[in-house]
Ligand binder design. Structure first.
Ligand code: TYM
Length: 321
């Protein structure tokens, strides 16, 4: 079983990224990477991209991922190389149906072409390593489905080359919501909405204040009800994810919103503070971070080479006539 996942450095990491993805990166032989090439599909600032890539890689190491499992996508050229081959096996029709493209780019002439082909790069990320399992939050399901479709089609047209990956759904925390706008996803690229987004590296007192100010409703009853009580339900989901509890059962333990919020703040900080301490330790030792990322890069280059070669030969770009 090979597990693989990536995180795009399009903003500073959030609690949603941690609960939905990062803390599920637990395979000691997995491949976990900073998807920096994915951060170029919309207008970007090169300096900020560099800074965020480093911060994210350091946080992944701080989360306890073993050194050889963490790398930066652009350090492994096979990702971009296979992506082109997969663009030649994907259809405009299926790429047009991707929700992310529809929401962020369709119909706008200045949309970067890479936003349209982005799912092919993501499929390449996954298929290069013989990945069986892809731990991601709910918003990535459609992209993993596309990777599956591309693998099946490639194998049929050019011969058995790729393992068909599985989505690995989390029981909880598939979609942590914004604290200020609990019907929307908590998103790291949402710079305007600082109040509703918990950043993993924000000071603990800021995080506590954000939880205490989370938007709720006025009926006063603590109940798990996504449709009518999105704010309270989101807080219960966060509490459950941080304490390994059950959100519906947890609701029964609270009489007031204040008591719930206070416990959510404690539980979130109990998850985040150790991560921040380890981050501070690693950030003060850049040589150790460089060495860990070089180890991850070398292992990824070695592991990805055979499948890139097989795909290249299968498509007629190499091999004997
Ligand atoms: P990205 O960077 O948007 O998000 C990283 C991971 O965090 C999850 N996530 C959430 N989970 C729960 N609640 C939320 N509010 C929340 N917000 C984000 C995402 O589902 C994701 O798992 N395209 C990917 C990165 C990527 C990738 C890959 C993932 C590139 N190549 C190959 C898996 C395999 C992305 O932009 O995720």
């Amino acid at each position: 079983m090979t597990s693989l996942s990536g995180i795009t450095p399009s903003g500073r990491l959030t609690l949603g990224n941690h609960l939905g993805a990062l803390r599920r990166f637990t395979d000691p032989d997995g491949f976990y990477f900073v998807a920096n090439q994915h951060a170029m599909t919309t207008k970007h600032d090169p300096r900020r991209l560099r800074t965020l890539t480093r911060e994210m890689a350091t946080l992944m190491l701080a989360a306890g991922l073993p050194p050889g499992t963490v790398f930066v996508q652009s350090d492994v050229p096979a990702h971009a190389q296979l992506a082109y081959l997969l663009e030649c096996t994907s259809y405009v029709g299926e790429l047009s149906r991707m929700i992310q493209y529809k929401e962020k780019g369709r119909g706008r002439p200045m949309t970067r072409a890479s936003l349209f082909t982005y799912p092919c790069l993501m499929a390449a990320d996954i298929l290069l390593y013989g990945t069986d399992r892809v731990p991601v939050g709910g918003d990535q399901d459609q992209h993993v489905e596309l990777a599956r479709d591309v693998a099946i089609r490639f194998n049929r047209e050019y011969g058995e080359t790729f393992v068909v990956p599985q989505l690995q759904k989390a029981a909880l925390a598939m979609r942590i919501k914004d604290l200020a706008n609990p019907t929307a996803k908590m998103s790291k690229s949402d710079e305007d909405n600082a109040v509703g987004t918990i950043r993993l590296l924000d000071p603990p007192d800021v995080i506590r204040r954000q939880v205490m100010r989370a938007v709720t409703d006025s009926d006063g009853e603590v109940r798990h009800d996504e449709e009518n009580k999105p704010g309270i339900t989101n807080l219960l989901e966060i509490l459950a994810a941080c304490t390994d509890g059950d959100p519906v059962e947890l609701a029964g333990s609270y009489e007031t919103y204040g008591a719930l919020k206070s416990d959510v703040a404690d539980a979130v900080l109990a998850v985040i503070e150790p991560l921040q301490k380890e981050y501070a330790r690693l950030a003060s030792d850049p040589g150790a971070v460089d060495a860990a990322l070089a180890q991850g890069r070398d292992r990824a280059i070695e592991a990805s080479a055979p499948r890139l070669r097989a795909a290249t030969v299968a498509m007629g770009l190499a091999g004997s006539t």
